[in-house]
Design a protein around this ligand. Structure first.
Ligand code: NAD
Length: 247
C-alpha cells in the first residue's frame, strides 16, 4: 500500500493519537542525548579499538580481559546516564495509547529505567551476566568488579549477556518482535542507523503489513526514503516537539 509522504509534526501527532497498536523501534540514537555514545559516532571508540573488534566471541576467546575492561568502562559510563525526554515520551505512549511495545537494539536498560514495561531487548542487556559454562543469566549491577574477568560461583568466567557481532539474536524475543511489527498499525523508529540486521528489516515488515512508519533521525538512513514520515531531528527534539520536556 502506498502512503503519501507527510512532513507535518501535527500529522505525526495524529498518526500516533489514532494508533491502535504501536511498536517503537529504537537504536543507540535514542540514548545519545542521555550521554551513551553511539557506535558509529566519533565518540564510539575506546582506546584504539572499534566496537566491531571487541564485541565478538573471537575477541572474548582471545583476550577476555580487554573485552571485560571495555564492558566495565561502558557499564561505568551508562551507570551515570539517565533516561531522557524521548524515553519518557515512549512511556507516555504506553500510558495513553491502547497497545504499545518497544523493540530496542540498546543494551543500556534505559527504557525499563524510564518506566516502559513491554520492552524486547534484541541485543541483550549490559547489566546482565551469563556463565560461560552453565549458560545461566543473572542481573549484576556491580561496578566496578573487584577483579576482571568476573567469575561465576561455579568458577567459570562470566560474560556480558549481550549479543555480539556474529552471534544469533534470542529467538523468542526476535519472533515476538516480528509478530509485533506485522500486527501493528504504526512503527516509530527512533535513532537507529537501520544498518544492523535483522533489526533493520523490522520496519519493512511493518510497511508490507500496512503499518505507517515514522522515522526520527538527524541523519539520512536506508529507511528514510521508505518511511511514511521521516523527521530529521534528534530524539529529544522530537519529544519536545510533541510536548515532553526534560526534567
Ligand atoms: P548506531 O550507532 O549504528 O547508529 C545510531 C543512529 O542514531 C545513527 O543513525 C545516528 O544518526 C542516530 N542518532 C545519533 N544521535 C541521535 C539523536 N540524538 N537522536 C536520534 N538519532 C540519533 O546504532 P544502532 O543502529 O542502534 O545499532 C548498532 C548496535 O550498537 C546495536 O547492536 C546496539 O546494540 C549497539 N549499541 C547500543 C548502545 C546502547 O545500548 N545505548 C550504544 C551504542 C551501540
Amino acid at each position: 500500500m502506498y502512503h503519501k509522504p507527510m512532513t507535518d509534526i501535527t500529522k505525526v501527532r495524529d498518526l500516533i493519537r489514532n494508533s491502535k497498536h504501536t511498536v517503537v523501534l529504537t537504536g543507540a540514537g535514542i540514548s545519545a542525548e542521555s550521554g551513551v555514545p553511539t557506535f558509529r559516532g566519533t565518540d564510539g571508540l575506546w582506546r584504539k579499538y572499534r566496537p566491531e573488534e571487541l564485541a565478538t566471541p573471537e575477541a572474548f576467546h582471545r583476550d577476555p580481559l580487554t573485552v571485560w575492561e571495555w564492558y566495565q568502562w561502558r557499564r561505568g559510563l551508562i551507570a551515570e546516564c539517565h533516561p531522557n525526554a524521548a524515553h519518557q515520551l515512549v512511556v507516555s505512549w504506553e500510558k495513553n495509547l491502547p497497545h504499545v511495545s518497544v523493540v530496542t537494539q540498546n543494551v543500556d536498560g534505559l527504557h525499563r529505567l524510564a518506566g516502559s514495561t513491554d520492552v524486547m531487548e534484541l541485543h541483550g542487556n549490559i547489566w546482565e551476566v551469563r556463565c560461560t559454562r552453565e549458560g545461566t543469566v543473572k542481573e549484576d549491577r556491580t561496578h566496578p568488579f573487584s577483579s576482571l574477568p568476573p567469575l561465576c560461583s561455579c568458577g567459570a568466567m562470566l560474560r556480558p549477556n549481550v549479543v555480539w557481532f556474529g552471534e544469533s539474536l534470542p529467538s523468542a524475543v526476535l519472533e515476538r518482535a516480528f509478530e509485533e511489527v506485522q500486527t501493528a498499525d504504526l512503527c516509530i523508529v527512533i535513532g537507529t542507523s537501520s544498518m544492523v540486521q535483522p533489526a533493520a528489516s523490522l520496519p519493512y515488515h511493518g510497511l508490507s503489513s500496512g503499518a505507517r512508519v515514522i522515522e526520527v533521525n538527524p541523519q539520512h538512513t536506508p529507511l528514510t526514503g521508505h518511511a511514511t514520515v521521516s523527521l530529521p531531528m534528534t530524539a529529544v527534539q522530537f519529544a519536545e516537539a510533541l510536548g515532553i520536556h526534560e526534567g
